[in-house]
Design a protein around this ligand. Structure first.
Ligand code: SF4
Length: 303
């Protein structure tokens, strides 16, 4: 619910792009032409449409930009358009969930992701409306005005399975350390995996900037000078050993504030230093760094 409330309360911020106006206009015309074809009106030049004709077109639109939420609140989707599926006499024989697509139309059939998205709207709509008429899901490609129907079995079971898979688990997911993913990961102070991977050589130490797990030997809270002892990992669960490796550091700005706060709180445990800048034998820490208590998280601590 929390994520949904935030999502719904967040306004979209489309950026107005002057150079895209022609494409946007073509897309609008393309989408309108498809809508007209769905209202059994045949080909009409858009500039010749009468008020009565437009009302007729509007009458087949059952909802637009509608939000679908499953009864349990777990699944949600926003559909572009729900229109009546008319037979040759103009009577409604079902519903069409339409998603307007501005991208490249498929050559033959819809790709798997788009098909899944469309079927998700279809199946969610059916689940919410038990007395539904026949429902079809279609991708309307404005660029060449083609309609592609998504057929296939329901995707709701998979959607619920995906929802379950996203729930926080008691045990963390298996770590997959690597230079790319660990490089910008903000969870290192809680993750024992990368530190063990550094020991095992799976992760390179980094040359200019590197992360360290240390103990403070000395810290001068006025000048920001510190002496740290490197704490190499013991095992894979975040336990640490002592070492002879000591190095000096100069802390400034955010790093200094964080270090002061930690030391003032009486903290004596190991410290994670994120992104220190190596300069010969000493390191520099500043606004680009993190100074956090080393807190390997091996199990969920949610209540
Ligand atoms: S630091 Fe840990 S959590 Fe982050 S990417 Fe590396 S292994 Fe994954």
């Amino acid at each position: 619910t929390l994520e949904r409330d935030i999502f719904l309360a967040t306004p979209r911020h489309p950026r107005w792009k002057d150079e895209m106006i022609t494409k946007a206009h073509d897309g609008l015309v393309g989408a309108l032409n498809i809508l007209f074809s769905k209202s059994n009106m045949g080909k009409v030049g858009l500039s010749e449409v009468s008020v009565a004709q437009w009302k007729q077109v509007q009458s087949i639109v059952l909802a637009n930009e509608g939000t679908l939420v499953s009864e349990c609140g777990r699944l949600m989707g926003r559909l572009d358009l729900l229109v009546a599926d008319l037979d040759e006499n103009g009577d409604s024989k079902g519903w069409i969930v339409a998603d307007l697509k501005t991208g490249n139309p498929p050559k033959q059939k819809l790709n798997e992701k788009v098909s899944r998205q469309l079927r998700f709207y279809r199946d969610l709509l059916k689940a919410i409306n038990p007395d539904h008429p026949p429902v079809y899901a279609e991708g309307w490609y404005s660029s060449n005005q083609t309609i592609h129907r998504a057929d296939g079995p329901s995707v709701l079971d998979e959607a619920f399975a995906a929802w379950e898979g996203m729930r926080p688990t008691e045990e963390p997911l298996e770590g997959t350390p690597g230079d790319v993913q660990c490089g910008f990961c903000e969870w290192k102070a809680w993750c024992p995996i990368w530190w063990a991977a550094r020991r095992d050589g799976t992760l390179s130490p980094g040359s200019m900037f590197r992360d360290e797990v240390v103990r403070a030997v000395r810290f001068d809270r006025e000048s920001g000078a510190a002496l740290f002892e490197r704490m190499p990992p013991l095992g894979d669960e975040g336990e640490l050993a002592h070492s002879d490796h000591r190095f000096g550091a100069i802390l400034r700005d955010q790093a200094l504030d964080q270090m002061r706060e930690l030391m003032d709180s009486g903290y004596e445990g190991a410290i994670f230093l994120g992104s220190v800048r190596v300069d010969g034998k000493i390191v520099h820490l500043g606004d680009w760094c993190e100074v956090l208590p080393w807190t390997p998280l091996l199990k969920s601590i949610r209540e």
